[in-house]
Design a protein around this ligand. Structure first.
Ligand code: ZN
Ligand code: ZN
Length: 293
């Protein structure tokens, strides 16, 4: 029953998102609809965590709430607006007109191809953040929280967020994919991404093989060394399956502990010191090795 209701919730919200971007309307209206849906889902997810938590203790503030809210405002309110302006400007400078696709595919096929391209770019970007010491210093902030709930989704260093946007928006635009295909990809994946860190007791069953749900993503935040570089995909698990980095959720539902591994825990400022986390990548830490977690 839990399995069916989890799938139904995700299906309904995804259908709403797709309907919002495929009805005839201006591009601006469609992007506003997706943004409104994201914000609405954040609120619903925060409420659902209270009603049906996966771990009740993860609903307790551990000094990280203020920093998470600050990150949400910074990313949603400031950075995303700037990136939306910059993305098309850069692509127009290269290609001129963005209204039509440069790749010569029908829209449904283009959406499938752009999905694979974005997911691959995101997998590579995420893998680099876990293997390159300087990038890990940016990404460690995301892994510093010792609980998983909706707002963890936004605890990213701004430079990490910009690098993520390069693989999700800039590269596809520069490859000639249309803004429309990227927007449809965004609409399809927004529900999964908003729920990816949620502390809701979902059970997705077979869907976990395809989609990076909250059940799957919890293992990416595990403190166990064997989980150091697993489940790196964005919304889908397809590239993790192909590259051998996929770990399926176990019946226990989550790893024993969430957070940084010993090496980084001694060096990275804790989640309650968000400002120190933002500065940390620029401090000369000569002891940082290749051990990324
Ligand atoms: Zn990561
Ligand atoms: Zn995460």
């Amino acid at each position: 029953m839990r399995n069916i209701s989890s799938l139904a919730v995700l299906f309904v919200v995804t259908a709403l998102a797709v309907a919002a971007v495929t009805t005839p309307d201006s591009f601006e209206t469609k992007t506003t609809a997706v943004t409104a849906l994201s914000l609405g889902m954040i609120v619903l997810s925060l409420v659902a965590e209270r009603l049906r938590p996966f771990r009740r203790s993860w609903n307790q503030n551990r000094g990280d709430l203020t920093g998470d809210i600050g990150s949400l405002v910074g990313i949603f309110g400031v950075l995303d607006g700037a990136l939306k302006l910059l993305g098309p400007v850069l692509a127009i400078a290269v290609f001129g007109d963005l209204a039509t696709s440069q790749v010569g595919l029908s829209l449904p096929v283009e959406v499938i191809v752009v999905t694979l391209v974005i997911e691959l770019g995101s997998w590579v970007t995420h893998w680099l953040h876990h293997t390159q010491p300087n990038l890990w210093k940016l990404h460690a902030m995301h892994h510093s929280t010792e609980r998983l709930y909706t707002l963890n989704n936004f605890r990213f260093h701004p430079l990490n967020h910009i690098l993520n946007a390069v693989s999700v928006v800039f590269v596809p635009l520069l490859l000639g994919f249309s803004e429309e295909s990227i927007l449809i990809y965004t609409a399809i994946t927004t529900p999964v991404l908003v729920l990816q860190h949620s502390n809701i007791d979902f059970e997705f069953g077979w869907l976990n093989r395809l989609v990076n749900t909250n059940e799957v993503h919890r293992w990416h935040h595990s403190t166990e060394p064997e989980h150091r570089k697993v489940n790196l995909g964005r919304a889908l698990t397809i590239w993790d399956q192909l590259f051998g980095t996929y770990v399926a959720p176990t019946p226990a539902g989550a790893p024993t502990d969430i957070g940084l591994m010993d090496y980084s825990k001694k060096r990275v400022p804790p989640a309650e010191r968000t400002i120190a986390q933002l500065i940390y990548p620029f401090k000369g830490d000569t002891t940082s090795g290749v051990e990324s977690r």
